[in-house]
Write a protein that binds this ligand. Structure first.
Ligand SMILES: C[S@@+](CC[C@H](N)C(=O)[O-])C[C@H]1O[C@@H](n2cnc3c(N)ncnc32)[C@H](O)[C@@H]1O
Length: 325
């Protein structure tokens, strides 16, 4: 990240009119070596809808496994929640998994879905209010890696964190630790948090999940370039970039890249980015853990493991902020 930040500074000096953080981070990431884009930028309304399609693909086991675990263990999970609590979901997307907890835990008084994809979030909340008329739904459009305010209406309620989807795997392990500490501050003393974590497994299962036959994951990956064209007036030719997803077994992570199929130059807000033939933009990591390695990460980041549910493919961890018994 240091090199990305240094590049951001250099680019900011050479492009004085770039003040939009999206533009600044995109240009800095593409000026860095190797080129990279942050995965949070996948999620505009189109990206969020494509992610929902990914979750329904036959190859994409994580959603199916996590939903089955949550369905089977919802009563045990709900029994850990304090009375009259607010469920705070980090990166709620379509809130499908939250719906299972909301149905099982009568103790949830309010739901606070936090997501960077604002339009998609508002639509989902309108639907949730129809489905759960007695539930207070208070969406927060924010980047969950930065400080954000909990809505004042629920500020006095005890909070339970929910971070499913193995979104935690998109962080480098040291960033995941930083996020867990930050979540501890957001949720408060004694909080419980439920985290969905994908497990290390055979590449025969892992790789197809990110290389589906229908090409939806490729569309999702390429959408970040389409978004940069739409929002920043860039001129990426999407037909000249290819989706690559591979397993890096040394780091236990799936890597997604966009490879330029030829030598070319792309213009973004007055900056020219050059690509060699075959050069890639690293767009996402999805780290895989063992049950033990994730529990150790949580323990080192201010959380005590309470319980874990697993089917051997995926794991759902219940954690309690360590400063409380
Ligand atoms: C992998 S999806 C998981 C969605 C849902 N929780 C699930 O389990 O199916 C990640 C979600 O987190 C959101 N997201 C990603 N990075 C974010 C960030 N930095 N701040 C807030 N939301 C973010 C995305 O918009 C997306 O809805």
């Amino acid at each position: 990240m240091a090199s990305v930040r240094q590049s951001a500074l250099r680019v900011a000096q050479s492009v004085p009119k770039t003040v939009d953080p999206f533009a600044a981070e995109v240009i800095a990431g593409l000026a860095a070596k190797p080129k990279r884009l942050l995965p949070k930028y996948f999620y505009d309304a189109v990206g969020s809808a494509l992610f929902e399609r990914i979750t329904q693909l036959p190859e994409y086991y994580p959603t199916r496994c996590e939903l089955a675990l949550l369905r089977a263990h919802a009563p045990a999970i709900a029994s850990l929640f304090p009375p009259n609590c607010a469920l705070v979901e980090f990166g709620s997307g379509g809130s499908k998994k939250a719906r299972l907890l909301l149905g099982a835990a009568a103790t949830i008084e309010a739901y606070v879905p936090v997501d960077i994809s604002g339009d998609f979030l508002q639509q989902d909340c309108a639907q949730l209010r129809r489905e759960f008329p007695r539930l207070a739904v208070h969406p927060v459009v924010a980047d969950f890696t930065s400080p954000f305010s909990i809505p004042s209406q629920v500020a006095a309620l005890p909070r339970v964190g929910f971070f499913p989807g193995s979104t935690i795997g998109n962080f480098e392990p040291h960033e995941a630790a930083k996020f867990l500490r930050h979540a501890g501050v957001v949720l408060g003393r004694g909080a419980v948090m439920i985290v969905g974590v994908d497990l290390i497994k055979d590449t025969k299962i892992l790789c197809p999940a990110y290389n589906d036959a229908e090409g939806v994951t490729a569309k999702f990956n390429l959408n970040v370039l389409a978004r940069i064209n739409r929002e920043l007036g860039a001129n990426f030719d999407l037909t000249t970039f290819e989706h690559h997803a591979l397993y890096n077994s040394k780091q236990n992570r799936i890597e997604m890249h966009l490879a330029s199929m030829r030598r070319q130059k792309v213009r973004i807000q007055g900056t020219t980015i050059s690509f060699r033939a075959g050069e890639t933009i690293h767009t996402e990591n999805s780290y895989k853990y063992s049950v033990e390695s994730f529990a150790a990460l949580a323990q080192g980041s201010g959380w005590s493991p309470l319980q874990v549910w697993t089917d051997g493919q995926f794991s759902v961890h219940a954690l309690r902020r360590s400063d409380e018994k």
